[in-house]
Design a protein around this ligand. Structure first.
Ligand code: C2O
Ligand code: CU
Ligand code: CU
Length: 440
């Protein structure tokens, strides 16, 4: 399957004071959805019409490193390149694409560059009657002139959040769905830093998939935490008249400027180089994200299959346990992995293709960090010693402040360099990124 993608600068009327200067794929917010079936060859003809370098990263898919838009592998302004790779059998699921150029990623995503990828199964266990709706979550910040302002120092610390929350580029979104009618949603957190603690009200939410496709069996959820970069597939069924999907407050440890003399330096407080003190910020209110609006009379719910697909645990016998420690250096606005900030010419460690390792992710900072690895799907084993269930394929996992999360990871198919990083894009750009080399 072939697609043409052009990143272009465009003036869009968003109802602000003036048309907003945006960066868009093919002039669309979000970019066009890329659809393929597992086993297909995917070819993307890419043109960069931006005034600055960019590239495309295929978040979550397993494909050769030389087809990945990684920080140093960019397309110059007016440049073109083709990305081509096979979508591996068994990889049916929800993915997304976004730019990844060194030092420019956050602002390019903030200006609108992101799109969904839907990889369909050869044989899908979920009934077609559930439909298939993409829900791409992003946010936008506009200044008084209706423009997308550059990141502030606070953004560099906390990650950049926009106050306007969008679903598929729209606000406020509604989904026509009758009482009892079930709909399959593929939810993508494509925002640069925003966490979504999703809660269905007057509706039933059943999770059927994660980053790397379906779970082994459906799981009923009262809440679901989606972190930047991550995806979830859910079946949503309205059970009452005010059915909606809400985003609840979640404390990920963001800092705010504290008024002088308002308290003592405690855990979670930082003195900045200019003497201002930062403390944990209070989180906001529950926000209705998606309203489910009945279109017809109540219907009978579709019965979900009890089993979706087999997920085999990665073999752990003899697996090397690799410590990966996340730290924050607020004085220098550095975010580090194993004590170091990212260097493009440094390989942080090597792994052998086909060998399972356990990565022990330890967050010694005061903020949550969503840890992501390119070109692989891993399994989360435990969090602070407590087993994580059910078994699932993920490429992004939240490491909460103080947590130790262990993941089983195996690069099965390709050798080469793979970045791993915090998916709060400002943290990635402030150093919280490394590279693993997969050797034969
Ligand atoms: Cu969506 Cu390097 O990540
Ligand atoms: Cu990625
Ligand atoms: Cu982070």
């Amino acid at each position: 399957v072939e697609f043409n993608l052009t990143a272009q600068r465009q003036q869009v009327d968003l109802g602000g004071a003036a048309p907003t200067d945006m960066f868009l794929y093919n002039g669309q917010l979000p970019g066009p959805t890329i659809e393929a079936t597992e086993g297909d060859w995917l070819v993307v003809h890419f043109t960069n019409n931006l005034p600055e370098p960019t590239n495309i990263h295929w978040h979550g898919l397993v494909f050769p490193p030389d087809q990945d838009g990684v920080p140093m592998d960019v397309v110059p302004p007016a440049g073109k390149r083709d990305y081509a790779f096979r979508v591996l059998p068994g990889s049916a699921g929800t993915y997304w694409y976004h730019p990844h150029p060194m030092g420019l990623t956050t602002m390019q995503v903030a200006k609108g560059l992101a799109g969904a990828i839907r990889i369909k199964a050869k044989a899908d266990p979920l009934p077609a009657a559930l439909g298939d709706t993409l829900v791409l979550l992003s946010d936008l910040r506009l200044d008084a002139q209706g423009q997308i302002p550059p990141s502030t120092t606070m953004d560099k610390m906390n990650g950049r959040e926009g106050d306007i929350q969008l679903i598929n580029g729209q606000r406020p979104p509604v989904l026509p769905l009758s009482l009892g009618e079930s709909r399959r949603l593929r939810i993508i957190d494509a925002s640069a830093a925003r966490y979504y603690r999703l809660q269905a009200r007057d509706a039933r939410m059943v999770q059927v998939g994660t980053d790397g496709g379906l779970l082994a069996a459906p799981v009923e959820r009262s809440e679901l935490l989606l972190v930047p970069g991550a995806r979830a597939e859910v079946i949503l069924t309205p059970t009452g008249p005010n059915a909606a999907l809400f985003n609840l407050p979640y404390d990920r440890g963001v800092m705010a400027m504290s008024t002088p003399g308002s308290g003592t330096m405690g855990h979670g407080s930082h003195m900045m180089p200019d003497g201002t003190m930062m403390t944990m910020a209070a989180s906001g209110a529950a926000i209705p994200l998606l309203q489910l609006v009945p279109t017809g009379p109540p219907v009978t719910a579709v019965t979900l299959p009890a089993i979706l697909r087999p997920i085999a645990p990665l073999p752990l016998a003899g697996a090397f346990e690799r410590p990966i420690v996340l730290t924050e250096d607020m004085m220098n606005l550095d975010f580090r992995i194993n004590g170091q900030t990212f260097k493009a010419d440094r390989i942080d460690f090597q792994v052998t293709r086909g060998q399972t390792e356990i990565w022990r992710l330890e967050n010694k900072g005061d903020m949550d960090h969503p840890f992501h690895v390119h070109g692989v799907q891993f399994q989360v084993l435990d969090r602070d010693g407590v087993a994580v269930t059910p078994l699932a394929w993920q490429d992004t996992v939240n490491v909460r402040k103080g947590d130790v999360v262990r993941i089983a990871i195996r690069f099965e198919h390709y050798t080469g360099l793979r970045p791993f990083h915090c998916h709060i894009l400002e943290h990635e750009e402030q150093g919280m990124m490394g590279q693993v080399e997969v050797k034969e």
